[in-house]
Design a protein around this ligand. Sequence first.
Ligand code: HEM
Length: 407
Amino acid sequence: MVQGKVPETGGAVPLYGERFEGATEELFREMRREHGSVVPVLLEDGEPAWLVIGYREAHQVLADSRLFSRDPYRCNGPDYVPPQAVGYTPGMLMSLDGEVHARRVGAVADALAEVDQFQLRGDCERFADRLIDTFAATGEIDLMEHYAYRMPALVMGGMLGLPDADLLGVAEDMKIMSNGREDAMDAYIRFTGVMARLIEAKRVQPGQDVMSRLLGYDTGITDEELIHDILVVISGSQDNTANWIGNTLRLMLTDDRFALTLSGGRSSVGQALNEVLWEDTPVKAAPGRWATRDTELGGRTIRGGDVIIVGLAGASADPRVRSTVHGDSGGNHAHLAFGTGDHGCPHPAPELAEVIARTAIEVLLDRLPDVRLAVPEEELQWRPAFHVRGLAALPVRFTPAYVVEHG
Ligand code: HEM
């Protein structure tokens, strides 16, 4: 196996294990103290990499996709095997670069830009009500499994033009794929089957939906490539928006500032959503980049071919920006939660995600006004993944509500 060059500095920090699963603030402080803004790390498979935790340096990497490419082969040659831990999938939208990437992600962005946000809000309310109907009478539920995860996939499926009958199945399959267990391949095969049928149906009878718009553009991509792009769109939206909903609900259910206004304070939902993007951001590390030539970053010498991981959570915690944000993170939008540059979360996806997350939380608080944690806060478990900040479960209790079916 041909590897990226080993970072020169000794004492690389292992980027896995229990310390990366919970609160990482102290760990980032320690790394910053010992290594500065660009930290030599070891990935789980023993491969060396650089973790960028400086805000300015993170911007530099994300904004310069020529120097810091998503294509690992440009510098490392065709025999290179990219480390699994950095999220590289050949041919997928997120792993492409240059003109092909710009064309494909541009089509996705254009199709999403035509979504009517007023109608989206209505759809989100309908889906939220429908999900809450399934558990409102029970008095307790795990909100991650039965609400936060399902909302984004239902909404995105609806936006794509999927028939109602397929929505819950796709939501379930996306969750199975994101767990990465042995049943993931079956879920992937079912997903591609559903999408192939949708493409066929929309070719015959186009509608006011994202899939019909994508088919109408002259992007020159095959149906298989289109299905892969859709997979990136739905998986990007599902996991990230689900964790945004979950982390915000956790904040609101555990922090007195929000508890005081839980049933009445609508403005606090927006504040909590934004605060989470600074403090508990759903994507802790962006997918890997590779340096296309020798360069310098944050005082370090980076060799062409080195693996670079941008720690979005670490960069947002950089004291050089935190000192100006502190105490006002609810109103400051300069975080890196959505990345930036060519591969950043494409406009208008962040806005759509906010409509989904905000509506999910507002409808939940309207329907179940006394919702509260069913376990002490310390017992909430984070998913064991360095690149994701999301709860394994969010068990809550509430007064059982009489259900009028919302259809
Ligand atoms: C409607 C919901 C969403 C959609 C449709 C969506 C879509 C996408 C797509 C298609 C990409 C790939 C862009 C590329 O590589 O060119 C992407 C990247 C990304 N998205 Fe989103 N996303 C959504 C929600 C979110 C949320 C809620 C977050 C986090 C709070 C998020 C954070 C990111 C990040 C960090 C990246 C990668 C940035 C990078 O590598 O520099 N997204 N998103």
